[in-house]
Write a protein that binds this ligand. Structure first.
Ligand SMILES: C[S@@+](CC[C@H](N)C(=O)[O-])C[C@H]1O[C@@H](n2cnc3c(N)ncnc32)[C@H](O)[C@@H]1O
Length: 258
């Protein structure tokens, strides 16, 4: 049983339109370039593939992409774009679901590691990524750095978008690392619609430890898909961990000892 919110039919139908800025070529193209380079001709697996925002253009670049997705309505939206032979999707939880095959790249973008709202599940997600990787393969995460520097004592919420049609802010609990994004959107008829999503925020160093528990080593950390340096001012990170190229031989050796 996963702790993730289940994305419903209505959310799935509105997803591409409501996330239009994330489909813009200046946002998407650097991500697809970055991932295509890392796949290096091998197959890729996207955890939480959604409606295929990244997977569809990556597959169009010749990278075979498979997906795992919790929400059947989100996967159905992807299916309207490409057939199953082109981008197969397994419905399930990215922390536990196993798909056939061995991949040179597993990736999980746009803060979605946080949709797993317990540390145990996040650890399992890293392990599941490692399980799917060929020796030498890479796991990539794109996630925000928890914005707690914006929380002076006594402040309970931090806005991330204040625009004509949308007001969004996060509330965070410093003790449990539980957080909620609140969205107030103005619709065409002038009415206001409220939506929220829950997540567990995670530190870069905590990600590295989860990776180590899964047998993965940090290879690279940058601030965004263009490869900008990661600094103390960075608000997000794109991190790449590598499965030890000798992992297979190691595990065979360990197996022979027992
Ligand atoms: C922000 S969307 C990202 C979708 C896509 N990767 C993208 O970049 O557009 C988050 C997605 O994660 C999925 N999701 C949330 N929890 C999940 C889980 N435990 N296992 C698999 N998918 C999950 C949601 O259903 C949703 O499709």
């Amino acid at each position: 049983m996963t702790s993730s919110d289940l994305w419903d039919e209505e959310t799935a139908q509105r997803y591409d339109e409501s996330s239009a800025e994330m489909f813009a070529p200046e946002v998407l193209d650097p991500a697809v370039d970055f991932l295509a380079r890392l796949a290096d001709g091998g197959p890729a697996l996207e955890f939480a593939i959604g409606t295929g925002r990244v997977a569809v253009p990556l597959a169009a670049r010749g990278v075979p992409v498979t997906g795992i997705e919790l929400s059947a309505p989100m996967a159905a939206q992807l299916r309207r774009k490409v057939p199953a032979e082109q981008v197969p999707v397994v419905i399930g939880d990215m922390a536990t679901t196993r798909v056939d095959g061995e991949f040179s790249l597993v990736y999980l973008v746009w803060n979605t590691i946080g949709n797993l709202r317990t540390q145990d599940e996040q650890v399992e997600c890293f392990r599941n990524a490692a399980r799917h990787l060929a020796p030498g393969g890479r796991f990539v995460i794109d996630v925000l750095v928890p914005p707690i520097r914006r929380f002076p004592p006594g402040q309970v919420a931090v806005p991330f978008d204040v625009s004509d049609r949308h007001v969004g802010f996060d509330t965070l609990d410093m003790v449990t690392q539980q957080a909620t994004s609140h969205h107030y959107g103005r619709l065409e008829d002038g009415s206001v619609r409220y939506g929220q999503s829950n997540f567990r925020y995670v530190w870069p160093a905590e990600c590295d430890l989860m990776a180590r528990l899964a047998g993965l080593t940090l290879e690279r950390r940058v601030a965004d898909w263009t490869g900008a340096p990661f600094t103390s001012e960075s608000e997000r990170h794109v991190s790449v961990w590598r499965k030890d190229p000798d992992a297979l031989e190691d595990s065979i050796r360990r197996g022979m000892r027992h």
